[in-house]
Design a protein around this ligand. Structure first.
Ligand code: ARG
Length: 471
């Protein structure tokens, strides 16, 4: 491909070091897409005839089809990278005409384009996976729409909340993840093709036409930037890292909730494993791996940032190191989202344990303080009074709501018989009746709202179906 200037071939070890085909062959469908558009541009610029264009396009489509059937063929070939592989395949099929396709193009603008098409396709896949996971969480919330669970701060019992409220907290996080991806997709969607090696191309191609043919919003504005920009990879790896972090947090919650001391949930057999030694064990391996994958995906982000941070303008071969972290993150985040959906779909919620634990730990102490405020005591004083009541309650081993009126009145004489209405679990959650609060009426509406948003976004995803190669 570039041997003319060289007297000998590369050292065997260096060739292995330099070649990227074993991992970049997944770019083939996108390389073909870009090449089809480039062939058309060359036709418009008068470099190719109509017949030549048709032969090239036909051969390119054939290469893509064959790759779909046997992807290992490209991966195991001896070419330097996917671009040289496709070009060699083309020449084998159409002869010398195949050598014309690279006119005015460089692998630098080619790989930048391929990678953007790939990344855009990956974003669309993630968005679909995210949507289905959010839908699963909303349905889980709805299946237990009135269940009360303990809420924690510092992993200490704090205040009771609805289980559905907990589910919807994660729906919020995952929705922000989707927003970040949509945002990254917008910034990515400018086409580098026609930027040449670094300075632009010497052929009069219509870059706006190329861009729109490949589903980009416009052409990139600066050729140096276009071939050396990997911001879109950093952008999506960063969004992917945040998303994986959210999955890791759900996992950590569920690992704790499923642990022996809590027993709030049980993992279904579909996503748990046993021990080779201890017959009684049921381990939450799916969740632990989900937590582990977050580390790996964050590693990909850091790896890329460190790779690009010291690069001089414009293309440098270091940039070939962008691919494995990206591809690995794409695979693993998608897997993670889909496995988490199975976890959510099959989660067994132990309702009795949830309610029993929600009642423990003086989770209604704040409400006793609020009751005193309602009776005219200043909150700082009521906080102190209830603190002493809790201490007494701990000493006697009786929960606040089970203390008799006389005992409660020892802490404050404003306490009347109606205090017990304030101390029930139902009262405690119902009082949080503000926007974003855990009152059942609010949470039920939040379930409906989340469902509506999911329906709308499902329609949107269907309407603007992936503009990347459907391979
Ligand atoms: N395999 C290369 C990469 O992924 C393609 C671009 C090569 N360009 C070059 N001038 N060596 O970065």
């Amino acid at each position: 491909m570039w041997g003319g200037r060289f007297e000998t071939g590369p050292d065997e070890l260096f060739k292995r070091f330099n070649d990227s085909l074993r991992f970049d062959s997944v770019l083939l469908p996108f390389d073909v897409q870009g090449s089809v558009a480039w062939a058309q541009a060359l036709r418009s610029a008068g470099v190719l005839t109509n017949d030549e264009l048709s032969s090239l396009q036909e051969a390119l489509h054939q290469i893509a089809e064959e790759h779909e059937e046997a992807p290992d063929r490209a991966r195991l070939a001896d070419d330097e990278d996917i671009h040289s592989y496709v070009e060699r395949q083309l020449i084998e099929r159409v002869g010398p005409l195949g050598k014309k396709l690279h006119t005015g193009r460089s692998r630098n603008d080619q790989v930048a384009t391929d990678l953007k098409l790939y990344t855009r396709h990956a974003i669309d896949g993630w968005l679909a996976d995210l949507l289905e996971l959010r839908a699963a969480l909303v349905e889980l919330a709805d299946r237990h729409r009135d269940l009360i669970i303990p809420g924690f701060t510092h992993l200490q019992l704090a205040q009771p909340v609805l289980f559905a409220h907990w589910c919807l907290a994660y729906v919020e996080m995952l929705e922000r993840d989707a927003e970040r991806l949509v945002d990254a997709r917008k910034r990515l969607n400018r086409c580098p093709l026609g930027s040449g090696a670094l300075a632009g191309t010497a052929y009069s191609v219509d870059r706006d036409q190329i861009a729109s043919q490949l589903g980009f919003d416009c052409a990139t504005r600066n050729s140096l930037d276009a071939v050396s920009d990997r911001d879109h990879v950093v952008d999506v790896l960063s969004a992917a890292s945040i998303c994986a972090t959210h999955l890791s947090r759900i996992s950590e919650d569920l690992i704790i909730y499923a642990s022996d001391g809590f027993g709030l949930v049980t993992m279904s057999d579909a996503v748990a494993t046993g021990s080779s030694l201890m017959p009684q064990k049921k381990n939450p391996d799916a969740l632990e791996l989900l937590r582990g994958k977050a580390g790996r995906i964050i590693g990909s982000l850091v790896s890329l940032l460190v790779t690009v941070k010291g690069l001089p303008m414009a293309y440098n071969k270091d940039m070939q190191e962008d691919k494995e972290p990206l591809f690995d993150a794409v695979t693993n985040l998608s897997l993670s989202l889909r496995v988490m959906k199975i976890v959510v779909d099959t989660l067994i919620v132990n309702e009795d344990r949830c309610v029993a634990m929600a009642k423990r730990g003086y989770a209604n102490a704040t409400d006793l303080a609020d009751y005193l405020v309602h009776r005219g005591v200043a909150f700082r004083d009521s906080h102190d009074i209830v603190g002493r009541a809790v201490r007494g309650s701990i000493e006697r081993g009786i929960p606040l709501e089970e203390m008799d009126l006389a005992s409660l009145q020892r802490y404050s004489d404003v306490i009347q018989d109606d205090v017990y209405d304030w101390l029930t679990l139902d009262s405690v959650v119902s009082k949080r009746d503000v926007v974003g609060g855990t009152a059942p009426a609010r949470v039920h509406r939040a379930i409906d709202d989340a469902r509506t948003r999911i329906h709308t976004q499902r329609d949107q995803l269907r309407d603007c179906a992936p503009s990347g190669a459907d391979a």
